[in-house]
Design a protein around this ligand. Structure first.
Ligand SMILES: C[S@@+](CC[C@H](N)C(=O)[O-])C[C@H]1O[C@@H](n2cnc3c(N)ncnc32)[C@H](O)[C@@H]1O
Length: 218
């Protein structure tokens, strides 16, 4: 019996050698960049986790010349793609890939802290909830005071899906993996923030029923 490949993305990605292309990133990277630039630190050390193909990192680091952007992913194929994108981009302020798994207890040992920003795009709903728990615990440990955590993805609000399409998406995630699912901003995520010295600073409505959500370290 062969083991199926570990599922890390929901879409069919293109590839050119190790470099992968994500169709969703082509659609949303400008919007995410603009939300990031409007809400997050523009200088200092930024740690991205669950970087996937590496395309967001190239796009964001390119827009933030005064920031040092560290990206990576626990998935080996993703790391090969990130390495290829980093090599091609040739940006002085973009480093990686790290292999941080935020669900691992000691993930903070990988890189030097404190960070001005921690970023996770489209990750916490496509991972067991302990990834969200580990992400917030790590952000609480690693962000400097007033540093910020940036999340992008779908969320329900106060127990209610924001669109029928998100409810269907939640069901399809759960049918792929019972531990995945659209997270509820107030019921699931806000308690994690509170527990880890972070407070919700801003919620930005994004197209296709997604949100950029920004938390600030106390
Ligand atoms: C749907 S992909 C999103 C990739 C990229 N951020 C994007 O938006 O295109 C989710 C990524 O999260 C990563 N991931 C899953 N569990 C994780 C964990 N516990 N810690 C860090 N990354 C994780 C996966 O390997 C995958 O690359």
């Amino acid at each position: 019996m062969t083991t199926p490949p570990k599922e890390t993305a929901l879409e069919q990605r293109g590839a050119e050698g190790a470099k992968m292309y994500s169709p969703s990133t082509a659609r949303n990277r400008d919007l995410i960049r603009d939300a990031f630039l409007a809400t997050m630190p523009q200088e200092g050390n930024i740690l991205e986790v669950g970087g996937g193909t590496g395309e967001h990192a190239v796009h964001l680091a390119g827009a933030l010349p005064k920031a040092n952007w560290f990206t990576g992913d626990p998935d080996e194929t993703a790391r090969a793609s990130i390495a290829a994108w980093i090599a091609e981009a040739g940006l002085d302020n973009l480093q990686g890939p790290h292999a941080i798994d935020v669900a691992a207890r000691d993930w903070d040992a990988v890189l030097a802290a404190p960070y001005d920003g921690v970023v996770s795009i489209n990750m916490i709903h496509i991972a067991p909830f302990n990834a969200a728990e580990g992400l917030f615990a790590g952000a609480g440990r690693l962000l400097r005071p007033a540093g910020k955590l940036f999340l992008y993805g779908p969320f329900s609000r106060n127990g209610v899906h924001t669109a029928a399409s998100n409810e269907a998406f939640d069901q399809s995630l759960k049918s792929r993996n019972a531990r995945w699912g659209v997270r509820d901003l107030e019921r699931d995520i806000a308690p994690l923030a509170q527990k880890n010295s972070l407070r919700l600073e801003k919620v930005v409505e994004m197209p296709a029923n997604n949100f950029s959500v920004i938390f600030r370290k106390n």
